[in-house]
Ligand binder design. Structure first.
Ligand SMILES: Cc1ncc(COP(=O)(O)O)c(C=O)c1O
Length: 424
């Protein structure tokens, strides 16, 4: 069955034909693709097409698809039992390894997704501080818990809605929103409501309004603001954790949060998230403390085996400088292609992350992200797909280069991009 036939069939039984909204291609048009398999930097679709993948399952695939070591670890673990709901030695080793690689975490609790990690972090912050309110940033996405869908990015931006129906006004009222990179706005909120604030949650490198790195001093300023009002600082590193170096971005930039949320890469492509941080805060979690959190499949043996294989690969191969070099080449190539046709365009990049922004403005927050020409982005996406390159199907997402990509992949990508841009 080809992708359009599959999509038609899916729409009868799955809302919108997809199990996560951005997969529906609503922002870029055309039928969504169906994938049969992937290996390295390539995916093969149900239509028999070969695509070079620059979306990488939205972030987990630092080494590309079906890396042998990860596949072997998963198969071996699955053969020994897929779930026990009982503790395993592997979980202990995994927690020890995470805390060793990212010593901003004294302890870590494993969950099943990034959403669960941020939900847990914020309940924990509330339980620990005895306060209710949360400060978050416009355009940052932290998963789909009720109060975190206020002014959230990516999928919600793509759908043209800044929040979701069904979020209780009481939950939304607990959330105070500031523009990303705007420390003055945070300080104003803290001056007014600081005594009620349990946590400031931020993507230390924002990836859900496209790639927006933190301005100099922004994260250190948040640390100071949290300290000033007695709130916890929570770094949502579901994308940035182990993406920009063999640790968290907090460790790389020297700003220590109280709690860190992880997902994506630490699961090696399987459903796994984690929240970790200060020992005194983590000890407030049940069964030690009064903040309840649980999960039938938490610490799942197969997911943890994949995560361990991933972290071992990171330590042995240290892929970061190589991928960053490829990504810089990709971004420079896109910028050069845009310059030759005088287009309003800038490719943002950091490490192995990039976003081709169709605007002349430097994107530093949601307001500047919204200056993008989303129709031009959609046409670019479709043109690249037609030439065999898969990008995230939204202007407000991040593309990823993996250790499986080669200089030839980047050369072919930028050459195709030049042709697509010339035809826009
Ligand atoms: C920064 C950030 N936090 C949290 C999440 C939610 O993670 P998950 O989709 O695994 O629930 C995402 C998902 O993309 C994310 O980008």
């Amino acid at each position: 069955m080809n992708s359009s036939e599959l999509f038609e069939r899916a729409c009868r039984r799955i809302p919108g034909g997809v199990n996560s909204p951005v997969r529906a291609f609503s922002a870029v048009g055309g039928d969504p693709i169906y994938v049969e398999r992937g290996k390295g930097a390539r995916m093969w679709t149900s239509d028999g097409r070969e695509l070079t993948d620059f979306c990488g399952s939205w972030g987990p695939l630092l080494f590309g698809h079906a890396r042998d070591e990860v596949v072997e670890a998963v198969c071996k673990a699955a053969a020994g039992g897929t779930s026990f709901g009982i503790n395993t030695e592997r979980e202990v080793e995994f927690a020890e390894r995470i805390c060793r690689m990212a010593p901003c975490m004294d302890m870590v609790r494993l969950v099943n997704s990034g959403t669960e990690a941020t939900m847990t972090a914020l309940r924990l912050a509330r339980g620990f501080t005895g306060r209710r309110k949360i400060i978050k940033f416009d355009g940052c996405y932290h998963g789909h818990a009720d109060y975190l869908l206020v002014s959230a990015g990516s999928g919600l931006l793509t759908g043209g809605i800044s929040s979701s129906a069904g979020v209780s006004p009481a939950a939304a009222a607990e959330v105070l929103v500031a523009p990303y990179n705007d420390l003055d706005a945070v300080q104003r909120i803290v001056a007014r409501d600081g005594a009620a604030v349990a946590a400031i949650i931020v993507e230390p490198v924002a990836g859900n309004m496209g790639l927006v790195p933190p301005a100099g001093g922004f994260l250190a300023g948040l640390r100071a603001a949290a300290d000033a009002c007695g709130a916890l600082l929570v770094f949502d590193e579901v994308i940035s954790g182990f993406r920009l170096g063999p640790t968290t971005y907090g460790m790389l930039c020297g700003v220590k949060p109280d709690l860190t949320c992880l997902g994506k890469i630490i699961g090696g492509g399987l459903p796994l998230g984690a929240v970790g941080g200060r020992r005194d805060v983590m000890c407030a979690l049940a069964p030690l403390g009064k903040v309840y959190q649980a999960g039938t499949l938490s610490g799942n043996p197969v997911a943890v085996a994949a995560g361990l294989a991933m972290l071992r690969l990171i330590e042995t191969e240290q892929p970061y400088a190589g991928i960053a070099f490829l990504t810089r080449g990709l971004a420079d190539g896109l910028d050069a292609a845009a310059r030759s046709r005088d287009a309003a365009f800038r490719c943002a990049s950091l490490g192995s992350m990039f976003t081709p922004f169709f605007t002349a403005r430097e994107v530093t927050d949601l307001a500047t992200a919204k200056t993008c020409d989303t129709a031009a982005h959609a046409a670019f996406f479709r043109g690249m797909l037609a030439r065999g390159f898969y990008l995230p199907p939204s202007q407000f997402e991040v593309g990823f280069v993996s250790a499986a990509h080669t200089e030839t992949d980047i050369r072919e990508f930028t050459a195709a991009a030049a042709r697509v841009m010339a035809a826009l």
